[in-house]
Design a protein around this ligand. Structure first.
Ligand code: SF4
Length: 297
């Protein structure tokens, strides 16, 4: 499964290499010839490609008079493959919904990467992109738990079938101070994520926190997945949690949708108004059922 720009990229690559060849083979992509043209392009060539991409993107941004879209100089040096991989993992871990096309692509990548033993992407060991994705997902989950802890401490109420688990998770999840990530952290991150039922995943696009318990999940995660398929989140799931902030955000979104509906032709306007009504109803259910953290412990 791939979104249109990715399909286009693959089609271009297919035209660059001989039939049956690797899409990124060194013979056709590593022009400096440092590798003797065997196998796929390696780290150095890919690092150069990332630099070339940055130059191209900045040129495009300036050509289209979009200076805010340029990629800034990095004080820590060149991006390189490891940091590019981590950026990718950051997006997969922290943008579960986002723009629809990207959500599909990132969601698909997570699904593929979570099915570690059943895909050609590698084995269960924690090197490479699997480990990096675990690290970013664990950091994102720890941030979600910390934010929930702060909200509850500030007096916000919580609702949803997984409220009790979420309160426990918020109280017990360790905070990862700073972001220096040694190689050994990947194993810790994988163990952190394997605590089924008490790892919290923020899902801002559906206005909820997912307290992921594999057996409850309605989004059909792979058998060995330690994270939900948030882009396929389903209403009525037993892992759902909402706070007062989510209810407020839902009402604000409903108002925005109503404004759009006022300027939309009838069938679309009707659908938008129905969406807005659903959001308000969910916010109302939250208000009617929410409890304090103390009441749940
Ligand atoms: S369907 Fe359930 S498990 Fe899946 S993302 Fe939504 S709340 Fe989480």
């Amino acid at each position: 499964m791939a979104i249109t720009p990715v399909v286009h990229a693959i089609r271009v690559l297919e035209r660059m290499v001989p039939p049956g060849g690797l899409l990124l083979d060194a013979a056709h992509h590593d022009f400096s010839g440092q590798r003797g043209f065997h196998g796929a392009v390696k780290r150095n060539a890919l690092a150069r490609r990332i630099e070339d991409f940055t130059t191209w993107a900045n040129h495009e941004a300036l050509t289209h008079d979009l200076p805010g879209q340029t990629i800034a100089q990095d004080p820590h040096g060149k991006v390189g493959l490891a940091r590019f991989r981590r950026t990718l993992a950051w997006h997969i871990a922290r943008r579960p919904g986002g723009l629809i096309a990207l959500a599909i692509q990132y969601g698909h990548m997570r699904t593929v990467l979570d099915a570690r033993t059943s895909t050609g992407y590698g084995s269960r060991d924690r090197r490479g992109i699997h480990g990096v994705l675990d690290v970013e997902t664990a950091l994102a989950a720890a941030d979600t738990a910390a934010r929930l802890r702060d909200r509850l401490a500030a007096g916000e109420k919580i609702s949803g079938p997984a409220s009790r688990r979420a309160v426990t998770a918020a109280a017990t999840t360790p905070q990862f101070e700073g972001r220096i990530v040694p190689a050994t952290f990947a194993k810790k991150a994988a163990a952190f994520l394997a605590r089924d039922g008490i790892v919290l995943f923020d899902n801002p696009d559906t206005f909820l926190i997912c307290a992921f318990k594999h057996d409850n999940a309605l989004c059909d995660p792979d058998p060995d997945a330690t994270a939900p398929r948030q882009y396929a989140c389903k209403t009525g799931c037993g892992n759902t949690v909402r706070t007062d902030a989510h209810a407020l955000q839902m009402r604000q979104r409903a108002d925005e949708i109503d404004q759009l509906a006022a300027h939309a032709p009838d069938p679309i306007g009707k659908r938008l108004r129905a969406n807005a009504a659903r959001l308000r109803e969910t916010a109302y259910i939250h208000d009617a059922t929410a409890q304090t953290a103390e009441a749940l412990t």
